[in-house]
Every structure is written in C-alpha cells, then in structure tokens.
Design a protein around this ligand. Structure first.
Ligand SMILES: [Zn+2]
Length: 172
C-alpha cells in the first residue's frame, strides 16, 4: 500500500474502498467529493492531495458482499505477519497457507487460509498445523472474514492513520 492510496467513504460515512490518487484528486476538484483528511503532498498551489475523502453523492456499495478474499487482502488481514512464527514480512516473502492442505480439500476462503512465511509454509508441508506440530502464534487466533470496518481500520493502522479517522467517525 503506497502513501498515495486514498480511502473513500460514501455520503453516510460507510467505507467504500481505496482509489487511485489521481481519481481522488479529480473527485475533489470537481466537487464530487470532499477531503476529510489531507496528505502532506502538494498537488497544485495549496491544494494538498487528499488522504481520506467522502463522496457527496450516493453510489452503489463497493463492499456489498463484504471484503473480497484475495492474496493482498489476506496479507492485510494478517497484518503482513506469518501466523505461525508471528514475524513481520514484506509481501514478497509471504505465502498463502491453506490450513487444511489444498490437496485434501482446502479452499481459498477467509476461514481456510492464513499468511505464512516461506520457511513456515515449507515446514508445515501437506499437513494440518496439528499434524505438523505447529500452532498459531497469536493465542486464540481463528481465521475469519474481516468485516468491512475491521478491514478498513487495519489498512489505516498500517499507515498510522487509524486514530485520525476514528476521531472523525466518533469510533471508540
Ligand atoms: Zn513463519
């Protein structure tokens, strides 16, 4: 996630997703959105690139069906940590681990996949964590689909922005 990613809310302050900074700047410049939080990146004159915007017109939900399972979103959910050794890794060193191995019916879903580093994934091999004598580093961790808000706050935390936005939204 680059620092030029822009977070988007709808008019009712529901999180919609992230968009490219060019599109965000255009939305604000054309009065289709307002900036809730500016970045410190100047675009033109004293216009700062927005960091968080709110659309001023109602649009269709982007996350109507919850957060999509994919590689990138899985790593975000697990905060770029290997769930087995608990260490933090760059994306290039993370892999998708099927808790129940794929060869035995494991599927790509929030409940059946976790982020793992390559050494841990190799060690686990085609076995369940139990069979491999491995356990989740974080006690009580159960892989699950994040709610849209959980996912959003995780993204923001990774950019050190969750405090600002929580305050804006009146969240605890
Ligand atoms: Zn690991």
């Amino acid at each position: 996630m680059t620092s030029r990613t822009v977070y988007v809310f709808d008019i009712g302050f529901q999180f919609l997703g992230t968009i490219d900074w060019r599109r965000a700047a255009w939305l604000v410049a054309s009065n289709r959105a307002e900036s809730l939080v500016d970045s410190d990146i100047p675009l033109r004159g004293d216009f700062l690139l927005p960091k968080v915007i709110r659309l001023l017109k109602a649009i269709r939900r982007m996350y109507r069906h919850g957060v999509t399972w994919n590689r990138r979103n899985l790593f975000v959910r697990d905060e770029y940590n290997c769930v087995y050794c608990g260490k933090n890794f760059p994306v290039s060193e993370l892999t998708i681990d099927h808790v129940l191995p794929k060869s035995r019916g494991g599927v790509n879903s929030w409940e059946q996949t976790v982020s793992a580093c390559k050494p841990c994934n190799n060690r686990k091999d085609n076995r369940t964590p139990h069979e491999a004598g491995m356990s989740f580093h974080q006690h009580g961790f159960r892989p699950h689909a994040p709610t849209v808000m959980e996912f959003f706050l995780t993204l923001l935390r990774q950019e050190g922005l969750d405090g600002v936005v929580k305050e804006l939204l009146g969240l605890p």
